[in-house]
Design a binder for this molecule. Sequence first.
Ligand code: GDP
Length: 187
Amino acid sequence: MKLEAEFVTSAFALEDCPHWRRAEVALAGRSNVGKSSLLNALTGIKGLARTSKTPGRTQSINLFAIGDSLALADLPGYGYAKMPQAVAQRIASSMSDYLEHRSNLAALVLLIDSRRAPGREELELAHAIRARGLTLIVAATKCDKLKRSERARAIAAFAPLETPPILCSTLDGEGIEELRRRILALA
Ligand code: GDP
């Protein structure tokens, strides 16, 4: 079962986001964390992630309607080293505005490479979501790259987030169904 997703709009600021009652689930992560691949794996729309990678849309919040009562908000990737400082600041401020004030936001799916520990940005995003009493879901991406012996250590490295990660791989499909279930439960 896939999430039937339909691209609705790109928003550069909170005011540009649609006025609807859908519960929104935001996805955030560093550039290259595997967010587009995960969006593709979760949804039934081919090229959905490409929509989010279209030049001009990589710095915006891309909104997708899912069924009748849910929406996904693909937040811009952050932490790209070559990004001009001014652009990085604009993205950070539109993201925090969205996460702190979007009234129909239900949850944040925070994507972190399973070979890394959460960094300052991720801890701040997690804190912002908890401060509002919203749901935090942590997806540890590219877990196929972990050796069996490295999995426990990888999970332990995520402890500062105080939410057990879902180990995910778009290569072998691990964790995708669980993540989809957790998202659908928010509708
Ligand atoms: P985004 O920048 O966060 O949207 O990341 P992409 O989805 O474009 O993926 C970045 C790179 O990681 C690409 O080369 C993908 O092929 C690779 N990648 C994405 N997901 C996985 C995964 O689950 N396992 C592995 N091994 N590689 C992945």
